[in-house]
Design a protein around this ligand. Structure first.
Ligand code: 13P
Length: 249
């Protein structure tokens, strides 16, 4: 059985005060939650959040990382630095990185490789734009995005990674994919991986992301191939996030 995972992608939000309140609120309500709970703060909040969650079972993730290990890369943060602060997961290939910061499939693949090299588990994001969906090329877009990491690291690498299907048109729009729409793509992803290695496909967690909230999380996570969520806006309110964390049972 795959353990449900709920990861909060806080994006570029928060202050020292609001982050302290948020993490304290999550900590207060997290005991007894069966899902694996992950929070992904901005880099500057990682040391404080790492201290705050010690012993709570909450896992720490980063939202991005550099593909290089060390040296003259102004403004970048390495996988080794993240590991040093207790980070276990790193989001790679988020659609905002792809669309706003020019991350190509090639860039996502080298970052995926770098994460694995440092013992970080990538949460690798894939998903189509509205235009791509309306042109009927959703599956080929997702296959192409997946092929970038499969060609770089092979299917076995997914034993140490998580996938997140995030349709771009559902991110931050309040327009969630229906459970059926999401399940269809999650099944496509799992079948594609199963074509390469059935054991890896069965164990692989595929999260849904895109306007998941306390009202729709349970129905989405109940789908056979949806193993949790990658949550943006609703992860910034402790109560909402905790409700989603409990949605998988
Ligand atoms: P929202 O939950 O705000 O739609 O964001 C989803 C997302 O991008 C998570 O990575």
């Amino acid at each position: 059985m795959r353990q449900v995972m709920v990861a909060g992608n806080w994006k570029m939000n928060g202050s020292r005060d609001s982050v302290r309140q948020l993490i304290d609120g999550i900590k207060t309500g997290v005991s007894g939650v069966k899902a694996e709970v992950v929070v992904c703060p901005s880099y500057v909040f990682i040391p404080g959040v790492a201290d705050a969650i010690a012993g709570s079972g909450i896992q720490l993730g980063a939202q991005n990382m550099c593909d290089q290990d060390a040296g003259a890369f102004t403004g970048e943060v390495s996988g080794a630095m993240l590991k040093d602060f207790g980070v276990n997961y790193v989001i790679v290939g988020h659609s905002e990185r792809r669309s706003l910061y020019g991350e190509t499939d090639g860039v996502t693949a080298v970052k995926y490789t770098a994460a694995l090299r440092h013992g970080l588990k990538p949460i690798f994001c894939i998903g189509e734009t509205l235009e791509e969906r309306e042109s009927g090329i959703t599956e080929s877009v997702i296959a192409r995005q997946l092929d970038a990491i499969l060609e770089a690291e092979g299917v076995a690498s997914l034993a140490n990674a998580v996938l997140a299907y995030e349709p771009v048109w559902a991110i931050g729009t309040g327009k969630t994919a229906t459970p059926a729409q999401a399940q269809e793509i999650h099944a496509f992803i799992r079948n594609k991986i199963a074509g390469l290695d059935v054991g890896i496909a069965v164990g692989l967690r595929i999260l849904y992301g895109g306007s998941m909230n306390p009202g729709n999380a349970a129905e989405l996570i109940a789908q056979p191939d949806i193993d949790g969520g990658l949550i943006g806006g609703a992860s910034l309110k402790a109560d909402d996030f905790l409700t989603i964390c409990k949605a998988g049972g």
